[in-house]
Design a protein around this ligand. Structure first.
Ligand code: NAP
Length: 306
């Protein structure tokens, strides 16, 4: 039984982490840590330092704060001897992740950079189908209404908040799992509202393995139902993942749908990673976002008003 605290009691903690933990007999959710919000049916603290001062018996933390706050909490948790799971993105910069990896491996502690979209039902069968095919082109369309999906989340517009890459990095986490070789960013245009430090839309182009082109369109001002789709053309058929990877269609056949188990699967992995005291970190999706910020052209657009 792993005694775990949730740090950052916001939307994703309440929607997904709490039910996944409470339905997993290998974990006991022993505390919530958040400046202004509390978890029901457990003790709560306003900071990790406050929790650590109490001497409460604890094995692990799962950090669900915005990315800007993640590094210091994770560093302090690891330095206090706690196994650590990170929501996506694992940190606000690549080097923050590298430093956490070093601390964890030097201390023999588990560190898990989770990518929940990789656990979407269609991803594993898509990977299997692609194994003996050659990808010739792909298109990622990730569009949603920020006012519906991220109401009141001012952090998303601050530096380090990722803007439209907050959902867009989920698509990249799937693509980097599915593609046989590393993607290379060949061009990008990022649209920044004049009053924000993070983009509201982006068009990106990548190439992969022998020149396959991958086009990606991200939009935070999309009205109506969200579009979270990836279409991959191969030398032997077309594969489509929809609804963030939950629905898989091959060559226009019957869509394959399975129940959503993204977060239960993440905690099943974390349990194993803790048992093995392993560092399980893949920064590739974060690296591609960093490349877009480094290499992309910037366009200033209308201010964003929620
Ligand atoms: P959110 O609703 O704004 O919640 C974030 C919470 O973090 C807030 O409730 C805030 O607590 C807390 N927090 C901020 N700074 C903190 C600190 N220093 N120590 C402890 N807690 C702190 O955001 P969210 O949607 O849950 O997203 C959080 C992370 O999960 C993001 O990285 C996001 O990419 C990821 N994620 C979100 C979703 C989603 O659907 N929303 C899905 C998958 C992953 P107080 O309110 O108490 O101040």
């Amino acid at each position: 039984m792993i005694r775990i605290a949730l740090v950052g009691v916001g939307k994703i903690a309440l929607d997904q982490h709490v039910p996944a933990l409470r339905n997993n007999i290998d974990f006991e959710l022993v505390a919530g840590v958040s400046p202004h919000h509390q978890l029901a049916d457990t003790v709560n603290f306003t900071s990790l330092a406050e929790l650590l001062d109490t001497g409460l018996k604890l094995d692990a933390v799962s950090i669900c704060t915005p990315p800007q706050a993640r590094f210091e909490i994770a560093r302090d948790a690891l330095q206090a001897g706690l196994h650590t799971m990170l929501e996506k993105p694992p940190a606000a910069t690549l080097n923050e992740v590298g430093i956490l990896q070093t601390i964890a491996s030097e201390s023999g502690l588990a560190l898990f950079a989770s990518w929940h979209s990789r656990e979407a039902a269609g991803v594993a069968p898509a990977l299997k189908w692609l194994a003996d095919r050659r990808v010739t082109a792909a298109r990622i369309t990730w569009k949603e209404d920020v006012r519906v999906w991220h109401p009141g989340q001012a952090w998303i517009w601050e530096a380090g908040g990722f803007g439209v890459f907050d959902p867009g990095i989920n698509a990249l986490s799937i693509m980097t799992r599915l593609m046989p070789k590393q993607l290379r960013l060949t061009g990008a245009e990022l649209s920044f509202p004049s009053n924000c430090q993070a983009p509201i839309a982006a068009d990106l182009n990548f190439e992969c393995d022998g020149g396959a082109r991958v086009a990606m369109e991200l939009d935070f001002l999309h009205g109506g139902p969200p579009v979270w789709d990836i279409e991959i053309e191969t030398d032997a058929g077309v594969l489509k993942l929809e609804k963030g990877g939950a629905v898989l269609t091959i060559d226009g056949g019957e869509p394959q749908v399975s129940p959503d188990r993204e977060y239960p699967r993440l905690y099943e992995h974390f349990k194993k990673i803790v048992a093995e005291r392993r560092v399980c970190v893949d920064v590739e999706p974060l690296r591609l976002v960093a490349d877009a910020f480094l290499r992309g052209r910037r366009k200033v657009v209308e201010p964003f008003v929620e």
